[in-house]
Design a protein around this ligand. Sequence first.
Ligand SMILES: Cc1cc2nc3c(=O)[nH]c(=O)nc-3n(C[C@H](O)[C@H](O)[C@H](O)COP(=O)(O)OP(=O)(O)OC[C@H]3O[C@@H](n4cnc5c(N)ncnc54)[C@H](O)[C@@H]3O)c2cc1C
Length: 558
Amino acid sequence: MTTPEGAARTAIVTVDDDAGVSRAVARDLRRRYGEQHRIVRAESGDAALEALREMRLRGDEVAVIVADYRMPGMNGIEFLERAMDLYPAARRVLLTAYADTGAAIDAINVVDLDHYLLKPWDPPEEKLYPVIDELLSKWQEEERRPVHVTKVVGHRWSARSSEVREFLARNQIAYRWYESEGPDGQRLMEAAGADGVRLPVVITPDGDALVEPTDAELASCVGLATTPSKDFYDLIVIGGGPAGLGAAVYGASEGLRTVLVERTAVGGQAGQSSRIENYLGFPDGVPGAQLTDRARRQATKFGAELLTTRDVVGLDVNGSARTVRFADGGTIDAHTVILATGVSYRQLAAPGLDEMTGRGVYYGSTLTEAAACAGQDIYIVGGANSAGQAAVYLARQAKSVTILVRGPSLERSMSYYLIQQIRGIDNIAVRVCTEVIAAEGSDHLESLTLRDTPTGATETVGAQWLFLFIGAAPLTDWLDGVVDRDERGFVIAGPDLSVEGDRPRGWELDRAPYHLETSVPGVFVAGDARADSAKRVASAVGEGAMAVMLVHRYLEKL
Ligand SMILES: Cc1cc2nc3c(=O)[nH]c(=O)nc-3n(C[C@H](O)[C@H](O)[C@H](O)COP(=O)(O)OP(=O)(O)OC[C@H]3O[C@@H](n4cnc5c(N)ncnc54)[C@H](O)[C@@H]3O)c2cc1C
């Protein structure tokens, strides 16, 4: 089989078991169509199907398939029938000898044949080209465009399918979603040889199929760095939200060998915000993903290394080196570390919610799921800005959005501008003094039980979508016994470490901790993970930058 190198032009595929005939057809096709089309030639039905499968996975388009009728093993009709599963829109031509015209006529019904051509087809100008010209123009009328992006085939209510989409979206990887039960999804799975039991199937732009991939497998397949290039750095930044990105930009731009380590995708909470309205310099607001993607590019431009899907689980002090341990056992060392691990949504403890997470119940992730909930009734739990922003965003496409708030009003927890916006949107309702006490559903969320807190009265409502934005906790248990934290797990820094003027326990330096320095010299904290921080994008970015300034001060005295 020959598949010419080159760009992914629309293909014309020809298959004939007689090598001489096969070459002759391909030669004639190439002569007239070779400029605009790839001519793909195979010498058996199996080889041609293999080529079609590869092309399907790559997202290439096939305009015309020309198959010989008499082939051993699989005749032309059987081949075209199977080819239709992969490329239903491709135009189909059967090559037959005069004696086989009966079979060719039958094939018009079996495989919806567009044309049959009698051998020999000389001169091609009279017999072959007019047929192919017409089929190509018919095919083009249908405007089939090649798809050269990552494709995800999954089930709408599969938790892992949802996580994979979220991962790709947060890492700014363009992808196209296919329902595993839809015809296109089925075709892709067939081409990938997937059984449909293990989902999702992710097909890279190069045509590699990954079945139920881990985040790390996805990251390396879509070209995200996961492994550090050095053993030793000046600065390790843990966490890729605004604070970590701010630290990486300033660290790298000021000549520090800087690596940023992120558990999932850079952007942090800000990357999940549909529109940040109060960040300086953006009077019309800015989508969080856009802001953090710019920061990511800026950090990379200055030479910072950005590692994703690496979960940090330990921090050790080894003399003047600070060692960071990954969940998979790997380590890296540096002179200094900035903790920028932010906060994560707390999970709501109510029967049924865990089982339905990713199947109609989502923590954050409104941006990824928004399109799927168009025209539907949506519930949001939370009274802070994140919940308000999500409601405004989802209300554009949803039938209705109901915000469930435990407290008596939004005023105490949400910005004034956002409350005003919500009041002006007809399809958003706010239910105060209400909590979710149970979720039910078989393979996806079907109903919620709500309780009115003052009266205790309960009510069950039909619901397919629930988004939760309830408070946030710093996930810093892995720092236990290493750096001082407050009773909620936030990292204490600078002057807050001094108890009645005393230095922190174990602190051996002559000087007091710098402003954002933790109880371990050379380890700093920035952003939401810091005790009593402002919990704002601007302050997180500012602290990231300021921590780098203090890193320089620390390094000067090392
Ligand atoms: C939906 C939403 C809307 C918001 N809107 C606004 C707004 O309009 N204006 C505003 O000022 N603020 C807003 N905020 C708050 C703002 O986004 C946060 O204050 C800010 O993102 C904090 O930045 P950070 O870098 O400190 O932490 P985060 O953004 O939380 O980032 C921390 C990062 O560290 C990673 N991480 C955590 N632990 C580890 C580990 N052990 N190993 C590796 N990586 C780890 C996490 O995966 C995460 O990516 C919003 C927040 C949300 C959720």
